[in-house]
Design a protein. Sequence first.
Length: 209
Amino acid sequence: MKILLLLILLTTPCFAQVGVGTVNPEADLHVAGDVIIQEELELGVLPSVTNTDEDFKLLTRQTNSTPINGEITRLDVDELTVAPINVFKYYFYNLRYDNIIDLNLSFETSKYIVGIADFRYIGNPVNKVMLNNSDDSIGAFVVRTFQSGGTWHLEIRNRFLNTTNQTNAVNYEVTFIIYDTSFYRQLPTITTNLNGSNTGTASSIPDVY
């Protein structure tokens, strides 16, 4: 009987909860405090989330946490005012010539990244000018967003030439994509001098990690 009882004890599976920073774990692994993962975090099958689920949070890994990169933190979706990616369409009319020199879009640069998805020019053509008695020039047309004073701004214009009329010359339709910096970050600008050539190699590779 003693041998049989010993065999039963040896073959009986044991289950235990592990606590880190707590003596009363409430899950298979209960960590009370910060978690740092420096390489990859691999999970098995994740439970699905439906549109009726409530009180759930998203976990993300910070690549710039200190003193060690890789801190696991919580992204509180309740504090988000916009979705990760938002699309807005703007319509501009009654411009002087074709110039939007500096339009404040009022999106804070610390919270958002603003890009242009598409652009439509509607209206009068630009007055061409003669160069070297032979070539016609249509100037330099610019469509861009830029940062100024903590917000995103818009420039749409021909920097050197104008349209045929002073007002009501053109209408603009612009679609903006607004990225929330909680999910995305803006990569630094890379400047490369091609030294007058049509080919070359970029001066550096962006660090996307």
